[in-house]
Design a binder for this molecule. Structure first.
Ligand SMILES: *[C@@H]1O[C@H](CO)[C@@H](O)[C@H](O)[C@H]1NC(C)=O
Ligand SMILES: *[C@@H]1O[C@H](CO)[C@@H](O)[C@H](O)[C@H]1NC(C)=O
Ligand SMILES: *[C@@H]1O[C@H](CO)[C@@H](O)[C@H](O)[C@H]1NC(C)=O
Ligand SMILES: *[C@@H]1O[C@H](CO)[C@@H](O)[C@H](O)[C@H]1NC(C)=O
Ligand SMILES: *[C@@H]1O[C@H](CO)[C@@H](O)[C@H](O)[C@H]1NC(C)=O
Ligand SMILES: *[C@@H]1O[C@H](CO)[C@@H](O)[C@H](O)[C@H]1NC(C)=O
Ligand SMILES: *[C@@H]1O[C@H](CO)[C@@H](O)[C@H](O)[C@H]1NC(C)=O
Ligand SMILES: *[C@@H]1O[C@H](CO)[C@@H](O)[C@H](O)[C@H]1NC(C)=O
Ligand SMILES: *[C@@H]1O[C@H](CO)[C@@H](O)[C@H](O)[C@H]1NC(C)=O
Length: 401
């Protein structure tokens, strides 16, 4: 009898699994939530909180192989922003290492360089109209390398949002040779290579996009999951002001000379549905199964979500497209994001959960996702955060713990 009871307990313990999520919000906090799954039921519990990236954390970059988290403070009401670093502990708590003043408005960052040698982090500064690069020195220490300022070279098509260049993201191409920076204010995607020793960024020919379209975030796709100059490569650019997703076939120029783009597809981020007025897409990702493209749509309240307490809340949406071999997209689904202004979302390693940061609802929603059909489904968990949500990341460092 005792043996049976112990076995039952062991089985129950094995069925319970926890994953950590890091969430930043404009109110000044980074919060760790533990998502616990128990026999198909999920619970989301706050386990840690820090204000060491205050006042306005806008983005979290996780350095998986070094167990580090970098946080960008946008500095919404101050002259400067800042870059903060943390070590990620086994229990999902964060130990602060450093907070360094930057030019204003960092909203995104990417780690680059030589995995076995000198590495750096490049930041996109929205209000500061700059790209900066920092040298990583191990253990979360870092120092400034470059500030690269930009000015508009021609009058803006949309003066209200394009008063100046506004770099919005920094991502690596799939080979890790180039950094791409969509600039919402200048209607270009800036492209950089770098010196392998100094990590100094070197600007190459930009991708020029439709005037007034406002490129914001982007994702790459290799249809056969093989990277390199000889393999098909596509680039999906989400433009906030045009509410569009544009796909390009990408070729690699010789001698590390940059990238060449040929547009193969363009659509609104509502696919086959009517685009609502004022829609402002934000985040874009390829699913881990490499078959679907997901995009968040903000600034509409078309959906209404019934709550357990009987009330109804408005919601924005996540759009899903199927990736076709020729780089074009097939429409799949529009689904509520679980709140207003889904500024950012991340998909877990299995592709079965989508964590959404709904900025103006000050919440996070964990949505279920059918990996085989790509269809997003009901939220499995939801949590209020103490400020406007800006970023939510899965703890990939402890993912196999
Ligand atoms: C952080 O969150 C707490 C609630 O957990 C809140 O009281 C506080 O205002 C937030 N921001 C800062 C900067 O402390
Ligand atoms: C697990 O959930 C199923 C379906 O809800 C239920 O029938 C079963 O009793 C649950 N098992 C345990 C150990 O709670
Ligand atoms: C980090 O640095 C910025 C810029 O100097 C400053 O405004 C902010 O208060 C600092 N944050 C913390 C938590 O010390
Ligand atoms: C802070 O902002 C000012 C004004 O834009 C700028 O001149 C200065 O270089 C910034 N400080 C740092 C450390 O980037
Ligand atoms: C893509 O579609 C959007 C929305 O219909 C449109 O505004 C934009 O001009 C198009 N862009 C290109 C490059 O065709
Ligand atoms: C880029 O590709 C186009 C074909 O799409 C070609 O006409 C053009 O010469 C290429 N540019 C460079 C710099 O190789
Ligand atoms: C959302 O879109 C619908 C359909 O286009 C439109 O009627 C409604 O006014 C929009 N709501 C907001 C808040 O923009
Ligand atoms: C939201 O939509 C309204 C019109 O419906 C527009 O005036 C406003 O600029 C939009 N906001 C953003 C952030 O795009
Ligand atoms: C924060 O969210 C509120 C709605 O809850 C919105 O009115 C406000 O513009 C947002 N501010 C920022 C900086 O995100």
């Amino acid at each position: 009898m005792l043996t049976q009871a112990v076995l039952t307990l062991l089985a129950a313990a094995a069925a319970v699994s926890a994953t950590n999520l890091f969430v930043s919000d404009y109110g000044g906090n980074i919060t760790t939530f533990a998502l616990t799954a128990n026999n198909g039921t999920y619970a989301l519990d706050q386990t840690f909180q820090t204000t060491k990236c205050a006042p306005n954390p806008s983005w979290l970059t996780i350095d998986v192989n070094h167990g580090l988290l970098f946080c960008m403070n946008e500095g919404l009401t101050s002259v400067n922003g800042s870059l903060s670093s943390f070590t990620i502990n086994h229990d999902g708590s964060l130990t602060h290492v450093k907070n360094e003043t930057t030019v204003s408005g960092p909203v995104n960052g990417v780690i680059y360089g030589n995995a076995a040698g000198q590495r750096g982090i490049a930041l996109a500064h929205y209000t500061g109209s700059e790209v900066s690069s920092w040298l990583l020195e191990g253990g979360g220490k870092f120092e400034l390398n470059q500030n690269i300022p930009y000015t508009l070279t021609q009058p803006a098509a949309n003066p209200a949002r394009q008063d100046a260049p506004h770099p919005h993201e920094a991502i690596l191409d799939p080979t890790g040779q180039y950094i791409l920076v969509p600039d919402l204010g200048a209607d270009v995607v800036r492209i950089f290579s770098w010196d392998s020793k100094s990590l100094d960024l070197k600007q190459l020919a930009s991708l020029e996009v439709a005037p007034g379209s406002g490129p914001r975030h982007a994702a790459f796709w290799n249809p056969y999951a093989v990277t390199g100059a000889g393999s098909p490569t596509f680039f999906y650019l989400v433009s906030e002001l045009a509410s569009s997703v544009t796909s390009y076939a990408v070729t690699y120029l010789p001698n590390n000379g940059g990238l060449n783009f040929t547009q193969v597809f363009n659509s609104t981020t509502y696919g086959l549905l009517d685009l609502p007025e004022g829609n402002a897409p934000a985040e874009v990702h390829v699913s881990p199964d490499n078959r679907f493209l997901l995009i968040s749509n903000r600034n509409n309240t078309s959906f209404h979500l019934p709550q357990p307490d009987g009330t109804v809340v408005p919601s924005d949406s996540i759009a899903t497209f199927r990736l076709l071999e020729d780089g074009t997209l097939a429409w799949v689904q529009l689904w509520p994001s679980g709140g207003l202004f889904p500024r950012q979302f991340s998909i877990d390693g299995t592709g079965s959960l989508v964590a959404v940061g709904n900025q103006n609802s000050q919440n996070v929603a964990i949505l279920s996702r059918d990996v085989s059909t790509g269809l997003i489904g009901e939220p499995v968990a939801r949590m209020i955060v103490p400020g406007n949500t800006t970023c939510i990341m899965w703890d990939q460092v402890n993912a196999n713990a």
